[in-house]
Structures are given as C-alpha cells and as structure tokens.
Ligand binder design. Structure first.
Ligand code: AP5
Length: 213
C-alpha cells in the first residue's frame, strides 16, 4: 500500500494516518513530525526547519525532498508507506513521481480530506501534543484521561508553537495558495478520493476505509 493523505492543516490527517499505518503495517511518513523531531538538534537543517515551521511557512523543497527520498530508501518502506503532509506543492509532487517512476512504481491511493475552515480552526486550537511520544489529543474531541498528561507515556502535553492563531492564519493561507493546487494534479489519477472530514474521528475513519476498499 502506498498512500498519500492531503488536506488542510488540522483537518485530521495525522490522526487518521496513525490508524491506517497500524492497520496496513506500513510506515507513517509525516514530514511535519520528522522536522519537529529535529528541533533540539544542533544542525543547519534543524535550524532552517524550525525557523520556517514557527513562521508557518514551508521548509524549502530541496531539503524536504532530500529528507523524504532518503526515508523512502529505508528497508521498512519497501512494503509500502503512508505520506502525511507530503507532497505539499507541485515541485514536491513531481519529485515524488520521478522517484517512484524510476523504481517502476506509482501511488495506490491519494486521499484528500477536507472540512470547513471553522471546524479546522477549532481542531487546531484544541490540539495538544505529547512532548515525549508525539501522541495527539484534543481538549474536547480526544481528551487524555488526566488533564495535560499523555495516556500512553505520561509525558507532558503542550500546544505546538505553530498552532498559535497568527501562525495558523499564515499556514491556512499557504495551504490555499501553494498546497491546494496539487489536488488538481492528482484528481485525474487513479486512486484519488475526496473525503468529507467534518464528522467525528470514527466517522472520518469509516469514510477513508470505504474509499480504500
Ligand atoms: P504538519 O505537521 O504536516 O502540519 P499540517 O499539515 O499543518 O497538519 P496538522 O499536523 O496541523 O494537522 P492534521 O491534519 O495532521 O490534524 P490532526 O490529526 O493533528 O506540518 C507542520 C509544518 O511543517 C508546516 O507548516 C511546514 O512548515 C512544515 N512542513 C511539513 N511538511 C512539509 C513539506 N512537505 N514541505 C515543506 N514544509 C513542510 O488533528 C488536529 C486536531 O483535531 C487534533 O487535536 C485531533 O485530535 C483532532 N481531530 C482530528 N480528527 C478529528 C475529527 N474527525 N473530529 C474531531 N477532532 C478531530
């Protein structure tokens, strides 16, 4: 299974991606998570990624593509993979296509999840993330058992810096201008499905499974 999840910030890509990756036993490749995992490293890439992310802007394509291509060459990606947050513009989509066609492969499914802007903004505002393991919660829709504490590892829950209101506005703007055009790029390819992500987590999962089947 080779799957791409596309959609606006906060629509629920990561939440769904974790379930699908477990279900199909394939690696969940989230470029956002990969960049965030570097934040404490003292490297040029980490500094550049952190600066761009905290401003709500995309990390430069050459760095992002190189990181993804390297990840795809790891042994676990041989059985398939699920992209969450990549590709994010036409340059990245073409770089991925070139890499896959050189291997004689194509994507199996491109799932485009969308919801109203009010819903997305509310999901982002209430998101809390575990500092230790990266598990994602929501203050209303996916509450931890103990307030502020991760169910899985008892780590501290925090709000992502790029989830602050002004940065979210910038991310949504960039999504609209730069990322949304890739929907047209994939729309006519086999395996493309548009999914209404306005229902709760279970409802969205069911719609994704129906599309895949
Ligand atoms: P990234 O981490 O990819 O962020 P994003 O695409 O903006 O998506 P989010 O993580 O904000 O949301 P999501 O759709 O995964 O929603 P989630 O499941 O968490 O990227 C961050 C930054 O990294 C970018 O801005 C950029 O700077 C950089 N970057 C990343 N990839 C890049 C690339 N390819 N090129 C260049 N730069 C790149 O859900 C949100 C909340 O809602 C959670 O609290 C969840 O519990 C809740 N929720 C989820 N689904 C539902 C539901 N159905 N009902 C109710 N609540 C729900």
């Amino acid at each position: 299974m080779k799957i791409i999840l596309i959609g606006p910030p906060g629509v629920g890509k990561g939440t769904e991606a974790k379930r699908l990756a477990t279900l199909f036993d394939i690696p969940h490749i989230s470029t956002g998570d990969m960049f965030r995992a570097m934040f404490d490293e003292d490297t040029e890439l980490a500094k550049i990624a952190k600066a761009h992310i905290n401003r709500g802007e995309l990390v430069p394509d050459d760095l992002t593509n190189a990181m993804v291509i390297e990840r795809l060459q790891e042994p676990d990606a041989k059985k398939g993979f699920l992209f969450d947050g990549y590709p994010r513009n036409i340059v990245q989509a073409k770089a991925l296509d070139d890499f896959l066609s050189n291997q004689g492969e194509t994507m199996d499914a491109v799932l485009y999840i969308d919801a109203d802007i009010e819903l997305i903004t509310e999901r982002i505002a209430g998101r809390r993330v575990c500092k230790s393991c990266g598990a994602v919660y929501h203050v209303n829709y996916k509450k931890p058992k103990v307030d502020g504490v991760c169910d899985q590892c008892q780590g501290v829950l925090y709000q992502r810096k790029d989830d602050m209101e002004a940065t979210v506005r910038r991310r949504l703007h960039i999504y609209h201008d730069v990322t949304a055009p890739i929907i047209d790029y994939y729309k006519h390819q086999q395996g493309f499905h548009a999914i209404d992500g306005s229902g709760n987590i279970e409802e969205t999962h069911q719609k994704v499974m129906d599309a895949i089947q």
